[in-house]
Ligand binder design. Structure first.
Ligand code: GDP
Ligand code: MG
Length: 162
């Protein structure tokens, strides 16, 4: 069985972009519309020391009505079946209360968690990462999914833990 790695985070942080980067595909829906990926999507991860399954999710919004609740359920399922969970946050937007809520829920899952700060290509990493320490899920790791920067090393770190 391949290890299963889930991508979780509030809408628009770049989960689908990272999914495409890891699977070297263009299949996930990437858009400027928050929450467009409505469902779970599986792909074969190719970036890293060994193969794995990567799961893109529609995002945990931290809110609980209608379609958002369904999407959140799908994300919860993805977390349940995962061997490791990458929590994506947006380095340009900075820490948000939705990030904090999602982090709290993920901590309760008991899964190995990795905090991934995306969209850092034009940012001063040390300053941005410091902000996210307070999420309490370990050392934040900066990447740029659109530039494939920091992604290979991230997967090396993840594999040390699964
Ligand atoms: P999702 O809702 O979490 O799946 O986010 P998407 O992957 O659909 O990306 C949302 C938006 O962020 C899109 O416009 C992406 O092009 C953009 N984006 C994703 N990764 C990066 C990145 O590393 N840098 C920048 N500047 N934009 C990014
Ligand atoms: Mg998406």
């Amino acid at each position: 069985m391949l290890p299963v790695i889930a991508l979780v985070g509030r809408p628009n942080v770049g989960k689908s972009t990272l999914f495409n980067c890891l699977t070297r595909s263009k299949s996930a829906l990437v858009a400027d519309y928050p929450g467009l990926t409505r469902d779970r999507q599986y792909g074969l991860g190719k970036v890293g020391p060994a193969p794995y399954l990567v799961v893109d999710t529609g995002g945990l919004t931290g809110e609980g009505e209608g379609i958002d609740a369904l999407i959140a359920q799908q994300a919860e399922k993805a977390v349940e079946e995962a061997d490791a969970v990458l929590l994506l946050v947006d380095g340009r937007a900075g820490l948000s209360s939705a990030d904090e809520e999602i982090a709290a829920r993920l901590r309760r899952s008991g899964k190995p968690l990795f905090l991934v700060v995306n969209k850092t290509e034009h940012l001063e990493l040390s300053r941005v990462l410091a902000d996210f320490h307070q999420l309490g899920i370990g050392e934040p790791w900066g990447i740029s999914a659109t530039h494939s920067r920091g992604v290979h090393t991230l997967m090396d770190r993840v594999f040390d833990a699964v």
